[in-house]
Design a protein around this ligand. Sequence first.
Ligand code: SAH
Length: 342
Amino acid sequence: MMNLFSMTKKELQDFLVAQGMKKFRADQIFHYIYKQSVFSWDDMVLLPQKDRDILKEVLPISMPEVVSRLDAPDGRTVKLLLRLEDGQTVETVLMMHDYGNSICVSSQVGCAVNCAFCASAKNGFVRNLSAGEMVTQLLAFRQHVTTDLHSIVIMGTGEPLLNYDNVIAFMKLIHEKDTFYLGYRNMTLSTSGIVPKMYQLAKEGMPITLAVSLHAPNDALRRRIMPITDKYPLDAVLTAAHHYFEETGRKVTFEYILIKNLTCTHACAKELARLFSGKNILINAIPINDNYDVGLYRPDDKSISEFVTYLQRHGVPVTLRREMGSKIQAACGQLRIKRENI
Ligand code: SAH
């Protein structure tokens, strides 16, 4: 069965014409969905009744149900848990930054990559999300919270480069004028470092920002928290990231999780400086969200600021990420696990 939310306007036009309907109905349908948050054929009153009756049969609309909503006490982070058509659930987070609203999109149900610090893979990989299921994460916020959207980050549950085709289709779709009209420069894709797909992405001609989850400055340490390092060693990941920059002109961000006595040490800061001093990249340091039991903890504020200061002094561009969601289990997968008891 086709999914309306996965379709470009052109695809919908072709679909409607094949059903004997008028091409311009696609404009009306897109307007209902993307401008007015109308998600039922019955409520699309500008469409002829006979068209609606057919569409109900051949193209049922399945907007996910909001299973739970969590608002952070500061009012700037909202997390939704959505139930998909097959009963699976996904998380999606809205962050209200000073520069605008950003949505953190999930790309898979569960995750196969299994990083030690991340809740998303706790119960393994379930399935890929379709492009439309990613689109409905944005639509859910538009319907329930706000229509303002500045940017998206594909940093929710899942490894987007292991769901490559759907993720690319999703970004192309929300870039279209009749949907969200979001610039590629306002989209960020975060990957644990799936090297061949990083090369493929560089060729797409979509100037999105690539974020790479680095998390450790050498293979030995990285392997302990990111088993994917065995398949794609650090060297290969860094080379692929550099290639992405050369090919697209887009500066690559490296995410670096700060874990007490493990990655937030003086030795790690030194190694990072050796790797990145004076380079045209950005390190995004993220204190770990440690409110679940894996034995990895957030460093104290003093260690965090020493780490960041060391990098700054040694010419490494670094920012410290605000932990917007920590009060509401906004780190990947935490809400789904709590709610579904998995
Ligand atoms: N699979 C992709 C995208 C999803 S994870 C990737 O690995 O990049 C996106 C980011 O979530 C990771 O870089 C990591 O920084 C962050 N993350 C996951 N678990 C976290 C935790 N417990 N605390 C803080 N950040 C976490």
